[in-house]
Write a new protein. Structure first.
Length: 381
């Protein structure tokens, strides 16, 4: 009787647990269905308004609408898993022939139809934006102008490189200034190129037709050409700095190594407009400090530097950093103090066995050994 009672209790507990799980699943299923239903209604209404807008060929308007398209596509991607979960779990709640089950089946069917309709409307709106982009004169002029501008930048670079390191220092400094100017212009153009790449990625990635393919290929060439030119210019600047022995502490080109990956989000790295001080080598092979190099964007600095170059005898050495001895002393002082402490501790250790005289003391460890010695034999009894 006790065993049967325990079996009945276990069965009742299992049934109650299943009912709780089914109730939780139904509540989650109903909540997801209601949220998707409400979102579909809002999205359909918004897409209807967007479809009724005029087909604008203004590039700024197209950029704003592309941003809205990206938001809608992201919302679609975020709800795909919920739609799939609803369709998979619906079989547990639509197996009966009750009236509620039939209403639920009809609602699920309408949800899937509306979901497909929203996806179709988004794709149609994307195609209309693609047509507007192909009719946008600013887009074609910008891409064509960037191609010509990159050709001009390449020509200017080829006028400087290859660089002979045996040239006069003033000529090398002039080459360095021109390469820095080219690098600044390339970095400033990243925003336009990133904007073109974003439009191409959203509207021309799966495009068909000669015009669309040509525009997509042109944007691809612009991005690759910009990245390649930027890498080459930075490499030549580093070679020039090595030849001129320019201090890397004041001109850090490593911050521009991120140019290897062109940022498609449209963010532009800051442009440094300051050149660095240089050390000019004397004919005897010894290095002498010169005045700091001029700012690239400052004509006054250029004239100052030109004047100092014409009269090198007036150049005074300027120390930009602490002396080498002070830097070495500052770095080595903690280590020297630590070694001195170790030597002091080592001096405290006894050198011979006789120094361990404390072992002969009458302590607890030696309390059971005779510690007295008689000089003239044992005392009389």
């Amino acid at each position: 009787v006790i065993d049967r009672w325990e079996l009945i209790q276990a069965q009742a507990l299992s049934k109650e647990l299943r009912m709780k799980q089914n109730l939780q699943q139904w509540q989650q299923f109903n909540s997801d269905l209601n949220s998707i239903w409400a979102w579909l209604g809002e999205t359909e209404e918004e897409l209807e308004k967007l479809h009724h807008l005029d087909l604008s060929t203004d590039i700024q308007t197209i950029e704003l609408r592309i941003r809205k398209l990206k938001e809608l596509q992201k919302a679609i991607d975020n709800r795909k898993a919920i739609i799939l979960s609803i369709n998979l779990c619906s079989s547990e709640f639509t197996q009966s022939d009750s009236e509620e089950s039939k209403k639920l089946q009809e609602r699920l069917s309408q949800m899937n139809v509306r979901w497909d309709h929203v996806c179709t409307m988004i794709e149609e709106w994307r195609c209309s934006l693609q047509d507007a982009l192909m009719q946008c004169q600013d887009f074609h002029e910008m891409s064509h102008g960037l191609l010509l501008w990159l050709e001009n930048i390449d020509r200017r670079k080829n006028e400087i490189v290859p660089i002979n390191p045996n040239l006069d220092s003033e000529i090398l400094h002039d080459h360095h200034r021109h390469l820095m100017q080219i690098r600044r212009e390339l970095l400033e153009s990243q925003l336009k190129v990133a904007s073109l790449q974003d439009m191409s990625c959203q509207l021309l990635v799966n495009a068909e037709g000669k015009d669309c393919l040509e525009a997509k290929e042109k944007v691809h060439v612009i991005g690759n050409r910009l990245k390649l030119l930027l890498k080459e210019v930075i490499r030549h600047i580093k070679e020039l700095e090595k030849a001129l022995d320019i201090s890397n502490s004041q001109l850090d080109l490593s911050s521009w190594s991120s140019a290897d990956e062109l940022d498609t989000s449209g963010s532009v790295s800051p442009v440094s407009g300051q050149s660095t001080p240089s050390r000019q080598r004397t004919p005897r092979g010894k290095c002498s400090l010169s005045q700091p190099g001029p700012s690239v964007s400052s004509p006054h600095s250029r004239s100052t530097r030109g004047g100092s170059g014409s009269s090198p005898s007036e150049a005074r050495p300027t120390w930009q950093h602490p002396s080498f001895f002070l830097r070495v002393l500052r770095a080595a002082l903690p280590l020297q103090l630590f070694l001195l402490l170790l030597i002091g501790l080592a001096c405290l250790v006894p050198m011979t066995e006789e120094d361990y005289s404390c072992t002969m003391a009458n302590n607890f460890a030696r309390s059971f050994h005779p510690m007295l010695k008689y000089m003239n034999g044992p005392p009389p009894l």
